[in-house]
Design a protein around this ligand. Structure first.
Ligand SMILES: *Cc1c(COP(=O)(O)O)cnc(C)c1O
Ligand code: SF4
Length: 326
């Protein structure tokens, strides 16, 4: 066995990629299997730990619905398109998006710990050959209006610590960059990613770091996941969360309330609740604005103000995410 392969990489190798293997693991009846897509342009990619949380022989599980391709993806809807947020229009390079004042977003990698069926970037033309960030660093140096660099993707935690560390050292040499923000879902699937090596990388960074996780259901947040996020918090790094509102997953008052309470009890601030980006194949996840607004009103009436996320939608050509009146 190779000793220099970190544990999280070994765990990641155990992800489910085969629909048949997963359906057997979930003990799905032959009747339920008819509702599952055997293949998709956006392949199955599901960490074991998430698969283990799925209720057996059911298609109504909130984790299953987020990660397992169902025939509902074949429902056609003119509103649901390949590039719903028009990322392409805002690409300064194939790996850098500049949409809002003061912030630039780096698409650090195409890889994720898990493939979410509703991912708005599932058709993004990822640059996979050139893995360096030379062009991006040049642009960041030239534009002193940029104070914050967002590491997104794909999932930035798919990069190894070596790659992250060299990216950090380049960013640290740019004085006008004050903050580095992670957008990641990795710890939900593979909390082992937040290991001693990664934590020491965070601790050694001279810029203020913000750590934003993507989580949609309280079942995703077990003690291991919350435990590693607590270690990030202890470094003086704020941890926030983003949630996508999804029909059949979290569009219920009690589910969202439990999600927000679990987060704040773990020291994590709910930042955004996103209305779904209308990407092709995801129309079955759509929740009406009216319902979204009423769900957030319920949250506001039932918990601390800091535990209520802002309800927003991403619209191309706006100066910020668009808040919905709640
Ligand atoms: C959402 C987003 C950001 C971050 O916006 P905040 O409101 O600061 O969280 C930055 N760049 C792009 C391209 C985005 O889509
Ligand atoms: S983790 Fe984020 S980027 Fe990756 S598939 Fe899910 S939504 Fe898309």
């Amino acid at each position: 066995m190779q000793t220099n392969v970190p544990l999280w990489r070994q765990i990641q190798k155990e992800n489910f990629h085969s629909m048949n293997a997963l359906m057997d693991f979930l003990e799905l009846s032959s009747e339920l299997r008819l509702h599952v897509l055997s293949s998709s342009h956006f392949p199955l990619n599901l960490p074991r730990r998430l698969a283990e949380k799925i209720q057996k022989n059911s298609l109504n599980d909130p984790i299953l619905r987020q990660f397992v391709p169902l025939i509902d993806e074949q429902i056609e809807s003119f509103k649901f398109v390949l590039d719903p947020v028009q990322d392409k229009e805002f690409c300064k390079t194939p790996k850098m998006l500049k949409k809002y004042k003061g912030r630039a977003l780096l698409v650090t990698t195409s890889a994720c710990a898990m493939n979410c069926r509703f991912c708005f970037r599932q058709n993004f033309p990822y640059e996979t050959k050139d893995k360096s960030f030379e062009k991006e660093i040049e642009l960041l140096k030239e534009d002193d209006s940029i104070e914050e660099v967002i590491l997104s993707g794909g999932d930035p935690l798919s990069l190894g610590d070596g790659a992250l560390s060299s990216l950090f050292s380049m960013l640290e040499l740019i004085p006008h960059i004050k903050r580095i923000r992670f957008h990641t879902r990795f710890p939900i699937g593979i909390p082992e990613r937040i290991d001693a090596s990664f934590l020491s990388l965070l601790a050694s960074c001279s810029k203020q770091i913000f750590f934003v996780i993507h989580t949609n259901h309280p079942k995703e947040l077990d003690q291991d996941v919350l435990g590693v996020l607590r270690k990030v918090l202890r470094l003086g790094i704020p941890v926030l969360s983003q949630t996508v509102l999804l029909r059949g997953v979290n569009d219920e008052e009690e589910v969202l309330l439990s999600l927000c309470k679990t987060l704040v009890n773990g020291g994590i601030i709910p930042y955004y609740l996103h209305q779904l980006d209308p990407v092709q194949g995801a129309s079955h996840f759509e929740v009406s604005d009216e319902k979204a607004v009423s769900l957030v009103r319920f949250l506001r009436e039932n918990m601390s103000g800091y535990g209520v996320p802002s309800l927003v939608r991403e619209e191309p050509y706006r100066l910020s995410k668009t808040p919905l009146q709640a």
